[in-house]
Unconditional design. Sequence first.
Length: 191
Amino acid sequence: MVTLPDTAPRIAVGDGWSLRPLDEPAGEPIGGPLGSRRSAARRYAAAHGDRGDPQEFLVHLQRVRHHPVRACYPFGAHDFVVRLGDDGDGDDGDGGGTEHGGRAGRAGRVPEAAGADLLRALVPALFAADARCRRVIAAPGEHDVHAQRVLSAGGFRRVTEADLPGGSVVLFAAEPPALTELSTALDDMPH
């Protein structure tokens, strides 16, 4: 849970969820996936307006091309990596650490229902913000069952396991419906 002063403007992502940028002072242009392009990971505080409580959850967003997970699959130039919560070690996902941490990450975990609800709103917002985005990827540690449940409940599908410099991860992907509905059957291909 994040408890920081609310000084930056919020970005509505849908279903009552909003994001507040944490990496830039108020009045600066919003950087990252939902604003101007940037290579570094961006941190946001996510909150649900209808819940009536001050709880905010940390969300990390970054382009895959600037993240170690880029070596794990044939990524698109506009694909995103998402990570929920704080892994407790200060790693923002661009140094190769596993995405949801181990024991240290438990204090900063997003509750399963809230995390899944947030992902179901955030992923379509990312696809709407960048129509050329083909996938939103997440890479929790291979032993982080909590993060894997959150991702599955949030609409991500398990793709494969991979080894990153910080440890083994499980790749999860979410794709826009227009992409997932494309047939890959040879009979459907133009000849």
